[in-house]
Design a protein around this ligand. Structure first.
Ligand SMILES: [Ca+2]
Ligand SMILES: [Ca+2]
Ligand SMILES: [Ca+2]
Length: 198
């Protein structure tokens, strides 16, 4: 579903010279040209997680693995970097939509939303509303045609307008921690100066 297009969009936003630097970094770190799930977790410092948190990270990894071959290749890596570093809110919401749409059928149903809120609550601690209450509230607010499914459009429009919901959605995967890794991560060859130009 538009994967090659979104990869192309991601690449278009990054100057060729920067892509080359990223490519060298990536190949130095992952000489096979592929980053495994284990390496992804290591990179982000996500080890020793609970089972629930682990499953969640697996799901995050799967959204970055656009061709679904089980690995992050360089194109997928640079698309992810681009999303984290330069993505506009709408692009990020599109990505969250993919994360929430667990069965990948193009819409979020109540079960998928409930699963996600349950996970977020398990990861981030107690909220004022239970996941069930929150799921009902969200569908009440943003399922515009009341068919029990959130389309991409309903999800983006609804979330952009609702600060509380936006905050909860952002908690399901924190891009700022990834950004920190990208900025402070291992960069033996460049000292990180090129990152300031991104
Ligand atoms: Ca892949
Ligand atoms: Ca779905
Ligand atoms: Ca709907």
């Amino acid at each position: 579903m538009g994967n090659s297009k979104s990869i192309a969009n991601g690449l278009a936003a990054i100057p060729a010279t920067e892509i080359y630097v990223w490519y060298r970094k990536f190949m130095m770190e992952y000489p096979s040209g592929l980053q495994t799930l284990h390496e992804f977790k290591t990179l982000l410092g996500l080890q020793g997680l609970t089972q629930k948190a682990n499953q969640h990270v697996d799901q995050v990894y799967n959204t970055f693995d656009m061709n679904k071959d089980g690995f992050i290749d360089f194109l997928e890596f640079i698309a992810a970097v681009n999303l984290v570093v330069r993505g506009k809110m709408e692009q990020k919401l599109k990505w969250y939509f993919k994360l929430y749409d667990a069965d990948g059928n193009g819409s979020i149903d109540k079960k998928e939303l409930l699963n996600m809120f349950t996970t977020i609550q398990a990861l981030n601690g107690q909220q004022t509303l239970s996941p069930e209450e929150f799921t009902s509230l969200v569908f009440h607010k943003i399922d515009i045609n009341h068919d029990g499914e959130l389309t991409l459009e309903e999800f983006i429009n609804g979330t952009e307008k609702d600060q509380d919901l936006l905050e909860i959605v952002s908690k399901s995967f924190d891009f700022s921690s990834v950004l920190e890794v990208i900025c402070n991560g291992k960069q033996p060859d460049t000292g990180g100066s090129f990152l300031q130009t991104i």
